[in-house]
Design a protein around this ligand. Structure first.
Ligand code: NAD
Length: 258
């Protein structure tokens, strides 16, 4: 993954796994790695239609299913003969205050964000056991900074951060690097899962105006990130340009958590 002659890390000859690949940050990562020469992509998402519609200009294997389903990971593992990179990114949000949070909603968030993360991480680390590799887990600034209405999401993302650190310790002897990225606000469809976001859209007249207003109010840099920016930062962590970085949490939040 030399960056010679190009400011971006390149991925020629590499195979990469991406979960939550059908939308937002995951889809941006698929497009970015393709543009940077990756040879083979293994894409996982529960949204079959969006996954099928995602165009990837490289050899692509698509697996449709719930990341928290162990059978899915049996199927994915059977199709992997080598794996160099993994972006473990599938996630979902919640927004109820603890007093109103149902156990079922709590479990749904933890199922995707932690069970799914564990199963995908285990699959990736097993596939990298022989030759090493590099993994990035998508956490969130909500796993670091407490915000009302993020009990399940924040607890799950704090868990993702710790999972990345433990995996970094365990993987180091086999040349497996594991890092986490903790975005703040990113303009993706995940916001449509947050009931409070509806009110912002009504208040500001459009989805784009609501995203712009939230970014302006919440962050010192005055805006949310774009998925493409997060994808570039993930690609850096995956690449040899980050060869001495493992167990790190890259906070990419426009200064929100300062
Ligand atoms: P998104 O909703 O656009 O994409 C998430 C993708 O994950 C979707 O394609 C969805 O189908 C898939 N997915 C969700 N649950 C799944 C499951 N159980 N099994 C398989 N696939 C599943 O959202 P995004 O913003 O691109 O989110 C990507 C990651 O970034 C998530 O982990 C999210 O928590 C994290 N994140 C997002 C933001 C933000 O503001 N957008 C901020 C911090 C962290």
């Amino acid at each position: 993954m030399s960056s010679e002659g190009n400011s971006m890390p390149r991925f020629e000859g590499k195979t990469a796994l991406i979960t939550g690949a059908a939308s937002g940050i995951g889809a941006a990562c698929a497009r970015h790695l393709c543009a940077q020469g990756v040879s083979r992509l293994i894409l996982v998402d529960k949204d079959e239609r969006a996954l099928a519609a995602l165009c990837a200009d490289c050899e692509t294997l698509r697996h449709h299913g719930d990341v928290a389903d162990p059978d899915l990971w049996g199927e994915v593992a059977a199709g992997i003969d080598r794996l160099d990179c993994a972006i473990l990114n599938a996630g979902r949000a919640d927004s109820a205050p603890i007093v109103d949070l149902d156990l079922a909603d709590w479990r749904n968030v933890l199922s995707t964000n932690l069970d799914g993360m564990f199963l995908s991480l285990r699959c990736a680390m097993r596939a990298m056991r022989a030759a090493g590799g590099s993994i990035v887990l998508t956490a969130s600034v909500s796993g670091i900074k407490a915000e009302p209405g993020t009990a399940a999401y924040g607890a799950s993302k704090a868990g993702v951060i710790q999972l990345a650190k433990v995996a970094a310790r365990e993987g180091a002897a086999r040349a497996i690097r594991v890092n986490a990225i903790a975005p703040g606000g990113v303009d993706t469809p995940i916001w449509d899962q947050v009931p409070m976001f509806d009110d912002f859209v009504k208040q500001h007249g459009s989805r784009a105006a609501a995203i712009a207003a939230m970014g302006e109010v919440a962050t010192p840099l005055g805006r949310f990130a774009r998925s493409e920016e997060i994808a570039e930062q993930i690609a850096f962590l995956l690449s040899d340009a980050a060869a001495t970085i493992t167990g790190a949490v890259l906070v990419s939040d426009g200064g929100y958590s300062l």
